[in-house]
Write a protein of this length. Structure first.
Length: 518
């Protein structure tokens, strides 16, 4: 009886939106901020994270990979974070992921509190998200996705408030948030399809006046205005309209990937592995009662919308054939943790306190799994699918452990090259390993006598400068070095025709391969 009275009291406070609920929200937000702050990388990074850190230094809002990969909202936020009065620029860029990841966790807690009226189920869902591998990993790096998930979680809260109050201003806020999501990442367009269906349902049952539709469209356009402005600017600068539209929808070269319909066996297999890595715990089974709870929720239209969003985002990620496919599961991971929270509320009804302790403990279990994963995976001889090893990066630890606490491998790599490369050397790097060098060159005056490929500022002359003929003198003098002497990581002519020998963390090009034609 006491527990039931406590639940009723919680329900009345949540319904009233009173201060205690927002105090809880603040505590969850602070806890998530502290958790991710400890986990975040302290400096410069590899791959796309290094690209983001370099673009921020250059105040580059457009990028060079097409409009769909410009992510202007993220970069505007990252520019603003540079005004923080501490640490180096790379760390301040990494903090964008920390802040918006923590906001996502707190928003999911609040969403589940509103939907279930039970703190324990809200805590289980939020904890499941807090430690989900890919989400946690992207809270530790300079990446755009936590801004997207923060906006997605705001959209869920707006749906709840609209269904609670019937006031169209919550739908206006939802559309504004989704428009901002598009200005951050085109993934938000997938959610827009679900909200369009929700609006049609509301119109059909007279819960929304047709006169509100233009206002909803206007709110979305305001949010998406940052992205639309970039596209309009490209047309104004003379780019053909068709090229701009393709760039806005697909980026520079991803049309085939985006339009891929049927996933192959490899993609399906990888999808199962990616989801398993995010939920290596019995708590994942709560998705099953969560599916039922969503269709019988107190705010049933919200529960059905949650399921629709999950189906759309999950289907997109499974069939998206790109090397970093796992990152596109992040919205689905957030939605799955909301289902876990709903499932917890349903499963725990009428059960003793010991079940709550067990399920909360199981929700935290992934931390132990990730701590042991590199050692166990290496001992079992399992291949992570990485094509090569990068100096100062243990692939097992880097990819299987989501935290990046104290990691300075990329900085050590750039420092090693600065100290060991001979005068007027040529370094053939790649899009992973060149990024920390760019960053160090922009912030710490990394050596200007070393010619680096690909260059920081690319031009039409690059193909001549870094051709076999263009590098003939350096090749003859033994001043050409490669990070990786493999296809896709070095120019084809160099891999096919030249021999290399180890030189510290690099390889030095020492001469032609036997049988190679001069």
């Amino acid at each position: 009886m006491t527990d039931r009275l406590a639940e009723d009291h919680t329900e009345s406070r949540v319904a009233a939106g009173s201060t205690p609920v927002w105090r809880e929200y603040g505590l969850v937000l602070l806890a998530a901020l502290a958790f991710y702050f400890v986990s975040v990388a302290p400096g410069v990074l590899w791959q796309d994270s290094g690209l983001a850190q370099t673009r921020v230094l250059q105040h580059d809002l457009h990028g060079s990979l097409g409009l769909a990969l410009s992510h202007p909202l993220y970069y505007l936020l990252a520019f603003a974070f540079q005004s923080l009065p501490f640490s180096e620029p790379a760390f301040k860029t990494n903090l964008v992921s920390v802040v918006f990841g923590a906001l996502t966790v707190a928003n999911i807690y609040l969403f589940l509190l509103v939907m279930t009226r039970r703190r324990i189920s809200a805590a289980i869902g939020a904890l499941s998200l807090l430690v989900a591998h890919t989400f946690w990993q992207h809270c530790a790096l300079a990446e755009v996705y936590t801004v997207s998930t923060a906006l997605l979680s705001v959209e869920l809260l707006c749906l709840c408030q609209y269904c609670e109050t019937g006031k169209s201003r919550w739908l206006l806020l939802l559309m504004l948030a989704n428009g901002l999501g598009v200005s951050n990442h085109m993934l938000a367009v997938l959610s827009l399809a679900c909200y369009a269906g929700f609006a049609l349902w509301a119109l059909r049952w007279k819960k929304l006046n047709i006169s509100a539709v233009p206002m909803l469209a206007a709110a979305w356009l305001v949010g998406a205005g940052i992205y639309i402005t970039l596209a309009v600017g490209a047309v104004r600068d003379g780019q053909p309209l068709g090229d701009v539209v393709r760039s806005a929808l697909f980026g520079g070269s991803y049309a085939d990937n985006v339009l891929n319909v049927a996933p192959g066996l490899k993609q399906i297999k990888n999808s199962v592995l990616y989801l398993g890595l995010n939920f290596p715990t019995p708590t994942a089974l709560l998705v099953i009662p969560g599916l039922i709870a969503a269709t019988r929720a107190r705010l049933k239209p919200v529960g059905v919308s949650l399921l629709a969003l999950l189906v759309i985002h999950l289907a997109w990620a499974v069939r998206y054939d790109v090397p970093d496919q796992y990152t596109f599961f992040i919205p689905a991971i957030v939605l799955l943790t909301a289902l876990i929270g709903l499932g917890a509320a349903r499963y725990l009804t009428g059960r003793s306190r010991i079940w709550r302790v067990l399920i909360v403990s199981a929700a935290a279990l992934p931390i132990l799994v990730y701590a042991a994963a590199p050692r166990l995976t290496r001992a079992a001889g399992l291949n992570l699918g990485t094509a090569r090893e990068v100096p100062f990066r243990d692939s097992y630890a880097y990819f299987l452990q989501p935290w990046k606490t104290g990691y300075r491998g990329a900085e050590r790599f750039a420092d090693e090259l600065r100290d060991t490369l001979p005068e007027n050397a040529v370094l053939i790097a790649d899009s992973t390993t060149a990024r920390p060098i760019y960053y160090m060159r922009l912030t710490r005056g990394w050596r200007n006598d070393v010619l680096v490929y690909p260059p920081l500022k690319q031009s039409s002359d690059d193909s001549e400068v870094f051709s076999e003929a263009g590098l003939a003198e350096a090749l003859n003098a033994g001043r050409v070095y490669v990070v990786t002497h493999k296809h896709n990581y070095s120019p084809q002519w160099l891999v096919d025709n030249y021999r290399v020998e180890p030189a510290g963390v690099l390889y030095r090009v020492v001469g032609r391969s036997s049988g190679a034609t001069p």
